[in-house]
Design a protein around this ligand. Structure first.
Ligand SMILES: C[S@@+](CC[C@H](N)C(=O)[O-])C[C@H]1O[C@@H](n2cnc3c(N)ncnc32)[C@H](O)[C@@H]1O
Length: 233
């Protein structure tokens, strides 16, 4: 199941004030450089990492699910957390092996072939990993087996209410689906789904409870990404 939805390293980036750009990146290195060049993405990443680090007790282990090239894993390891990384894309893993070479050698970053290998305090999934799933029910059921009681799943997902996307035909065409079902698949983004937070929260229960959503209210209209914090119950 974990390998069913491979990412083809090609994604669409909607930039405010710019035309709708399709970014084709073919290697982990290209992804890595692209994502770190964007000032906006860096700011969002810093906020996500800070939230994850604030949630982790000292020395607690974490699983970075869909870890990409290991950008977050490196930060968690630097803060004293042994970080298990699960990443299905070979291209991403190849570059991670280079970028996190020292941490992997010291075993402060440990690559795993299945996300269900070790019990951890927290699972992070940054930059739209969960948007690659059409349904999260079995994912949360599986994650409930690895997240310790009282632990968490923190995910950064594409926000379906982001008004910056309202200029695009696919967004307007899906507005009804969003209101009705809280979910739509974007035809212009390969295999990417967008979800209202309540739909993900429903899929996460009864194992996890949505504890925090950032931003909320009008903020949802102005942020491309939303952070969802789920607590293991
Ligand atoms: C935009 S990248 C984000 C990578 C990394 N988390 C980051 O913050 O840079 C999305 C990631 O989701 C991963 N992914 C796609 N489908 C997945 C699945 N079914 N399970 C786990 N990860 C998946 C991709 O391989 C890719 O690395």
């Amino acid at each position: 199941m974990w390998y069913a939805q491979r990412w083809n390293l090609s994604f669409q980036r909607n930039s405010p004030g710019k035309s709708n750009r399709r970014i084709d990146v073919h290697t982990g290195e290209q992804y890595h450089k692209f994502i770190l060049t964007s000032q906006r993405d860096r700011v969002v990443r810093d906020r996500f990492q800070k939230m994850a680090l604030d949630l982790l007790p000292d020395g607690a282990d974490v699983l970075d699910f869909g870890a990409g090239t290991g950008i977050d894993a490196k930060a968690y390891a630097a803060n004293g957390h042994v970080t298990f990384v699960y990443e299905p894309s070979e291209a991403m893993r190849e570059y991670m092996a280079q970028y996190c070479r020292d941490e992997i050698a010291r075993e402060t970053i440990i690559t795993v072939a299945s996300p269900l290998t070790r019990k951890v305090q927290g699972v992070t999934a940054n930059f739209a990993v969960l948007n690659h799933f059409a349904d999260h029910t079995s994912l949360f059921e599986d994650l409930s087996r690895v997240v310790a009681q009282g632990g968490f799943v923190l995910a950064s997902m594409l926000n379906p209410f982001y008004l910056g996307d309202a200029r695009y035909g696919w967004w307007r065409a899906n507005a009804i689906n969003l209101m009705r079902s809280g979910h739509y698949a974007s035809p212009s983004e390969s295999r990417v789904h967008r979800f209202a937070p309540r739909v993900v929260a429903r899929a996460a229960s009864p194992h996890f409870r949505l504890e925090r959503l950032t931003p909320r209210g009008f903020g949802l209209a102005t942020h491309l990404y939303m952070f969802l914090l789920f607590r293991r119950v």
